[in-house]
Design a protein around this ligand. Structure first.
Ligand SMILES: NC(=O)c1ccc[n+]([C@@H]2O[C@H](COP(=O)([O-])OP(=O)(O)OC[C@H]3O[C@@H](n4cnc5c(N)ncnc54)[C@H](OP(=O)(O)O)[C@@H]3O)[C@@H](O)[C@H]2O)c1
Length: 301
């Protein structure tokens, strides 16, 4: 399929397939930026407000995709993509699908093959913000797949936020999505667990949040991770300022404190077990970041 050169972003028509909370936000942001916007949803009633603002509701998904050079698909999952877009196919010059639902890299590869069989230019993507932040220039959107497809539509995609192209492998966007969401859940669980622990002594969450999030995390955790990241690539874990053995001791104290206070101890016990695994693998004298080796070598066990 031949890709047409970028058109001025505001003039470029866009189609949005899928009008859940995220699809509605995508369409609204595009309309705010002046894009002529066509929408389609399995349940067409959800388009009512957008239509009142000037969006065009397509009578069929094939009509919707034909209406614009770029179609953003934002459905529940990959199965919904195949179900909804089954009728769409055949090469159509300059048209591209950007699939923004979440899933796994394998699912993204299968969807890229599915699109290639139909002669449809395809990018996979991931949205790293909640619906109210769509359209904000700082909101990160991740894309992967053929570079020329991204380049042809980058100006239009910029209307949604900060577009990051990750590479030709179509699975990269959802892989980053899984990694970043895993980081988000682990961080939230860490904060919530810590808050429950001090809460066992009546400390208000708001008071603890100021100490933990505004003071402790930026100086002790965030700065260390950015500074130490090159050592992860190099597999270099000097233990001169603190060893894994010392950290195992700290994790043991956290688990025992939870038990004393009647707070869930499963989370610190899991971390203690990971540190113990690293020691069993020969990292007793390494610093704590050597648990990276436990994570990345799981498939070798
Ligand atoms: N909401 C967020 O905060 C957020 C943030 C980042 C990424 N995302 C991702 O964005 C995608 C959409 O999320 P969402 O929040 O808008 O809601 P959602 O509940 O994940 O998806 C709702 C959309 O999927 C459609 N759908 C579901 N099954 C379908 C099928 N078999 N055939 C056709 N359409 C089908 C729904 O159509 P009907 O209206 O007809 O039911 C609706 O348009 C998800 O993959 C989600 O992971 C969401």
């Amino acid at each position: 399929m031949t890709q047409q050169p970028s058109t001025p972003a505001q003039n470029s028509p866009v189609t949005v397939v899928g009008l859940g909370p995220m699809g509605l936000a995508l369409a609204a942001a595009l309309m705010d930026k002046g894009h002529p916007t066509t929408v389609w949803n399995r349940t067409p009633e959800k388009a009512r407000d957008l239509v009142a603002r000037g969006a065009r509701l397509a009578p069929s998904v094939a009509d919707a995709v034909a209406a614009s050079p770029l179609t953003l698909v934002c459905l529940k999952d990959y199965a919904a993509l195949y179900e909804a877009l089954g009728p769409v196919g055949g090469p159509s010059a300059g048209r591209a699908l950007v699939n923004l639902n979440s899933g796994t890299p394998k699912e993204a590869h299968a969807a890229a093959s599915w699109a290639a069989e139909r002669g449809v230019a395809y990018l996979d993507g991931a949205i790293m913000v909640p619906p109210p932040l769509v359209g904000d220039p700082g909101s990160v959107f991740l894309y992967s797949g053929p570079r020329e497809v991204f380049d042809a539509h980058r100006d239009t995609l910029a209307s949604l936020g900060d577009s990051r192209y990750l590479g030709a492998d179509p699975g990269l966007a959802v892989l980053h999505n899984a990694a970043l969401l895993g980081l988000m859940y682990a961080t939230m669980n860490g904060f919530l667990h810590a808050t429950a622990l001090v809460g066992s002594a009546g400390v208000p969450a708001a008071e603890f949040a100021d100490l933990a999030v505004n003071r402790f995390l930026p100086t002790v955790v965030d700065a260390t991770l950015v500074e130490q990241a090159p050592n992860l690539d190099a597999g270099h874990y000097p233990g001169d300022l603190g060893t894994m053995e010392m950290n195992l001791n700290a994790l043991e104290h956290i688990a025992r404190t939870c038990e004393e206070r009647g707070v869930y101890a499963g989370q610190p016990r899991l971390m203690r077990d990971i540190a113990a695994r690293a020691i069993a693998d020969g990292h007793g004298g390494s610093n704590y970041l050597a648990v990276f080796e436990v994570f990345r070598k799981a498939a070798e066990r």
